[in-house]
Design a binder for this molecule. Sequence first.
Ligand SMILES: Nc1ncnc2c1ncn2[C@@H]1O[C@H](COP(=O)(O)OP(=O)(O)OP(=O)(O)O)[C@@H](O)[C@H]1O
Length: 306
Amino acid sequence: MENLIVKVEHLYHRYATQWAIEDINFEIEENGVIGLLGSNGAGKSTTMNIICGVLKQTRGKVYINGIDTLKNPVAARKYIGFLPQKPPLYPDLTVDEYLRFCAEIHWMERKKINAAVGETEERCGITHMKDRLLRNLSGGYQQRVGIAQAILHDPKFVVLDEPTNGLDPNQILEVRQLIREIAEDRTVMLSTHILSEVQATCSTIKMIEHGRVVFSGSVEEFDNYIEPNTLYAVFDLPPLPDELLMIAGIKKVEMVGGHGVRLWYDGERDTIKQVIRESMVRGWEMTEIRSEKSSMEAVFAKLSGK
Ligand SMILES: Nc1ncnc2c1ncn2[C@@H]1O[C@H](COP(=O)(O)OP(=O)(O)OP(=O)(O)O)[C@@H](O)[C@H]1O
């Protein structure tokens, strides 16, 4: 428990009429970016709000750095930075005034505030905007300020609820880059319903559907979760399925149209070479071969439907 940044145990939450999350369990011990993936209404915000102490769970435990968030919320919050889905910005404050205000809310020592605000502005690329009113910033810069308030007190664990939502493509790239940078020396958990977001930014994924965790693992494992790797090959003189099944590593063969063949294989890179070699030796006249992986979208759809 000592080394765990986050531990979530049998977490449940019920709003007035429905359970939003049921029996969520996970542990996080590494730095990097963790994606909390799920379709709209899956329970991502509810989970994040509880972890960050802005919503009280119906049942279950959350430990941040070993501290029970129900028993000792103030101590736990020192280790957490949170950017909710709607950034809590005050439009009539300048960037500088707002970040100073946030530093005070975090009970930061007065003598440390100047340096912390300056360093955070620098890190988030908003130093040149520090005297601007928040209301006059673009969406991308407002999001940077939102991220700045989340990392100002140097927390070990940063939670970002849909951080690129509503941004234009350039702003998305910039905010993603910033997220990767701040994750170099801390753990960042971000929620999204966009698969490409996860691929671009995250090292591991936890997927929530209907209030339950349905997948937890690396992006690559997620990619391969449902379908094993397959090869798709086209031959001018296609072999019989039994001939292909003789090749080491090939587990299943499906003929596609007159010339195409889909081969389920065990993922060994050598299998592709073997198929090419056999085709040449036996005169199958291969014109195409490529490795197919089930797309993230396909995995997402299958897991969502489960
Ligand atoms: N304050 C609330 N009162 C009642 N039901 C709520 C409330 N907030 C969320 N819900 C419901 O709880 C479920 C989970 O919602 P939640 O906002 O956690 O999902 P989400 O994965 O974050 O979705 P989104 O990406 O749309 O924000 C949904 O069915 C939602 O309608």
